[in-house]
Design a protein around this ligand. Structure first.
Ligand code: ZN
Length: 62
């Protein structure tokens, strides 16, 4: 039996895909920050309101 992976994951705010790396962005409403996956980021980053606020990663403990 493999050990359960102790990784915190979050779901994309747009497509609900669970990912260990999400991007904090504004896309359709000013100052409304959401965490989205890379695929969704690629879709929204051309929008006029798009702002990038950092990358969230499910950290392994160090
Ligand atoms: Zn997504």
């Amino acid at each position: 039996m493999p050990k359960p992976v102790r990784t915190r994951v979050k779901a994309c705010g747009l497509c609900q895909v669970v990912s260990t790396t999400l991007f904090r962005v504004v896309h359709d409403a000013p100052n409304q920050w959401v965490l989205i996956c890379g695929a969704c980021r690629a879709k929204v980053e051309t929008q006029p309101l798009y702002r990038y606020g950092g990358t969230w990663k499910a950290d392994k403990r160090h």
